[in-house]
Every structure is written in C-alpha cells, then in structure tokens.
Write a protein that binds this ligand. Sequence first.
Ligand code: ATP
Length: 271
Amino acid sequence: MSHSADLLVIDRLSAVYNHAIAALHDVSLVVRRGEVRAILGANGAGKTTTLKAVSNLLTADRGQITQGTITFDGLDVAKTKPSDLVRAGLVPVLEGRHVFKSLTVEENLVAGGIGRGSSRREIASDLERVFTLFPSLTRKRRIMAGLASGGEQQMVAVGRALMGRPRLLVLDEPSMGLAPIVVQSIFDTLRKLNREEGLTILLAEQNAAVALRYASSATVLENGTSVLQGTAEELRTRADVREFYLGSTVARGQVGAVANPSDAGAVIAAE
Ligand code: ATP
C-alpha cells in the first residue's frame, strides 16, 4: 500500500471503443484520500468510460485504453483484474443499479461480502451496518430485489459495494431516475460515510447541482476531454454566475476554463 495522499491517479488517459470510436482524450485527474470527487458532464461526455477504465472493466465493452495510466494506491489498474481491484478496496457501483433481481435484498448484500472474500462473521456485522445506513432496506431484506423500488435498488447496489469494505467507492450516476428525496437520502448516507469513516468516493453525475453540493472537488468532461477542474466550492460559485460561463472564454485547464463556453453553460444549466 502506498502512503501518498493521492489514492487514485488518472494520468493522460485516452480510450477507444471497437478500436475506432474515441471516447476519452488525455484525461487527467487525481482523487485524494478522504475526498469526494465528482466527474460532471452531459450525455456521452465520457463519464462512464472513465469509471469503467478505473475499474478495469472497459474490455467487457470492447473498449481499450490507448494512452495513459491509472494508478490505485500504487497498483497499475490496467494490469490488475477487476476482482483483485475489489479486494484491494476499489469497488464500483455501475450505472443502472445492477442488482440480482431474483435474489433477496439480503442475498444481494451478502454477495458483496462474498466477492470480497469476507468471513461469515464479517458478513454478519457488515450486513447490520448496511441496514443501519439504509433503514428502509431492513423491512425489505427478505423480498426479491427486483420487487424493490428504484431507490431501494440503488441502496442495494451501494450497500453491496459497502459489503466489499471499499477504500475507494466508485459510483456511476447514483441519482439517475430517482426522486429528489431519494437522491438526497442516498447522498446524505454517502456524505456520512465520507465524513465519519473517511471513505473516499469518486462519482459521475449529470446532476451537477447535487454533485457539487456533496463533492469536495470536481472535473467536468466534455466530448471525452476534461475542460474544467476545481474545488466544488469554486465550481458552485461559478454555477451561481453562469452568465460568466456563457459569455467568457478563459485559459483552458483552470477553474472556469472551458473549451466551448456554451457547452459549460449546458453543464451548469443541468442543475
Ligand atoms: P452517459 O451519461 O450518457 O452515460 P457518459 O458521460 O457516461 O454519458 P460515455 O458512456 O462514457 O459517456 O460515452 C463516451 C463516448 O463513448 C460516447 O461517444 C459514447 O457514444 C461512446 N461509447 C460509450 N460506450 C460505448 C460502447 N460500448 N461502444 C461504442 N461506443 C461507446
């Protein structure tokens, strides 16, 4: 295990699908231990591709890294099997809240512990912890996950990842398709885990307003390239003055810098 303050380092990453379709170009970002970092961007900006690359799951989609490196706590991600990344503490929750629909809520959670190689005792205590974090799952623990609501399924997906005892939780669009009150509840739980247990989180979100409320820093992707980086506070302030984005061009690569000001306006307007 490395002792660097940087838990995840993405350095000049480029990726393609089917050997042809360029999805990412020269993306760099760092996730520091203990922070919540958001990746923002519109549809097709490259958020999911970045998170799949981070979890070494791109090849399953016929995707491939063509340039750059990803390092998780000293491990070369591209050379580490996804299951070994989970054991090392990098646990993804992919887009679309994948749950095993015909297994019960509890069985889904247990699967997360088994995936990590947890002992029975660890699984039992981790289960109770997840039910404490997501009390609404307690009542549903014996029902099939496919019958739970969308919000509950998202909680199951996050809970299953927590059963893997992550050090870096990677979340793709946790708010997608959920009512605002459910989104708030899930993000409140993530904030609690971050603040009270120091869990580091990397999440992709189209919902910039929610993400910037909970994240400590963010990177904005546009057409597979990072066009804006900064602390969430800096970006929130910019969001408050979005006329600035729409009407101004500033140097690329800094806070407030955009390749195309109207694109950044679209991102901020996604609030
Ligand atoms: P969304 O919010 O819609 O998921 P995103 O920001 O996550 O968008 P990606 O899904 O990473 O964006 O897509 C980046 C680019 O790669 C897009 O041009 C997309 O069409 C393309 N792409 C994504 N997945 C595949 C795939 N399996 N095969 C081919 N091209 C893909």
